[in-house]
Design a protein around this ligand. Structure first.
Ligand SMILES: NC(=O)c1ccc[n+]([C@@H]2O[C@H](COP(=O)([O-])OP(=O)(O)OC[C@H]3O[C@@H](n4cnc5c(N)ncnc54)[C@H](OP(=O)(O)O)[C@@H]3O)[C@@H](O)[C@H]2O)c1
Length: 289
């Protein structure tokens, strides 16, 4: 028996669903954090059938709400003894500006604030595991991102692509800080650009655009393989290149590992971003509690 536990978000479709099926086959006990929907229930049943005896839990949560995200984390904390693998995969690219009930911009809430909140809430369980791994799903679009310190990182005027790119850049900074924070502790934190993959992430764009670009995209299985490399690949510690020297704080561009400190324009900002995020979430969770 593998005796490993994984928490994965946004796994009712696309890369997250394929990765969950693979992890279940490998024998991971899974906590699937997904929005409450029929699609999620079906994904849960599909993964359960692939699991062959290991436990699979469906935790319904809308990750755009920090209050709901904190409550979902509490449910996991009450059930799990340790977390060996946390995959912050849920994400969206919203075309129109939308605010959450807590006042955050929607893309930033789901793609950045929720992963931050979950990871920090799970810190005791990650530390309880032997060499826990955190994988944050980023994007090649993070290269175009900008850190805007006003308005809770929310760049104005709104542009969907900018909000998406900014959220993914923030997750890169978060991963960098997390890997330093974990230095000397057994946690390994990396982020990954899975490639341009044919999934629902483009669902808010007209169907003709999706059809047109669809033929150039990777399959969800290929995207999931890229995600799973820093998550579970046993060859990971012996991977050639920089990985041998430092196995945490990397940005995987598909399967190529690059040091985050070298690709972030201002790595020293990671601390400032971390502090500001923590303050925003503290205020929001106290006020909205
Ligand atoms: N596809 C690509 O080309 C590409 C490239 C770079 C990075 N990525 C990243 O890869 C990750 C997975 O995306 P994908 O391509 O597999 O697309 P996808 O099939 O659309 O998956 C996104 C997942 O996130 C979930 N999600 C969105 N908003 C949520 C919310 N408020 N609460 C809970 N879950 C929510 C979705 O659930 P619902 O069905 O309930 O909305 C879905 O399960 C994302 O972080 C994405 O940004 C994708």
């Amino acid at each position: 028996m593998l005796n490993k536990t994984c928490v994965i978000t946004g796994c009712n479709s696309g890369i997250g669903l394929v990765a969950s099926l693979e992890l279940a086959r490998q024998g991971y006990e899974l906590f699937m954090l997904m929005r409450n929907s029929r699609k999620s229930e079906e994904a849960f049943q599909q993964v359960l059938s692939a699991a062959d005896g290991v436990k699979v839990h469906y935790i319904p949560v809308d990750l755009s709400s920090m209050k709901a995200t904190a409550a979902a984390a509490d449910q996991v904390l009450a059930k799990a003894q340790k977390i060996d693998l946390l995959i912050n995969n849920a994400g969206l690219l919203a075309r129109e500006e939308q605010r959450t009930s807590e006042g955050l911009e929607l893309t930033l809430a789901v793609n950045y604030f929720a992963p931050y909140l979950l990871t920090t809430q799970f810190s005791p369980l990650l530390k309880a595991a032997d060499k826990a791994r955190v994988v944050n799903v980023s994007s090649g679009m993070s290269k175009r991102g900008k850190v805007v310190f006003e308005h809770a990182f929310d760049e104005r005027p709104f542009s969907g692509l900018k909000a998406y790119s900014n959220s993914k850049l923030l997750i890169n900074y978060f991963t960098f800080k997390l890997s330093n924070f974990c230095e000397g502790s057994p946690i390994i934190a990396n982020c990954v650009h899975p490639g341009a993959v044919n999934t629902g992430v483009f669902r808010q764009y007209p169907s003709w655009i999706v059809k047109l670009i669809g033929r150039f995209l990777l399959t969800p299985k290929q995207g999931a393989n890229h995600l799973l490399l820093p998550a579970v690949n046993p060859a990971f510690n012996n991977h050639k290149g920089v990985i041998e020297k430092k196995i945490s704080g990397l940005y995987f561009n598909k399967s190529k590992g690059l040091e985050l400190s070298k690709i972030l324009k201002h790595p020293e900002r990671a601390e400032e971003i971390w502090e500001m995020t923590s303050k925003i979430l503290d205020e929001l969770l106290v006020v909205k509690a």
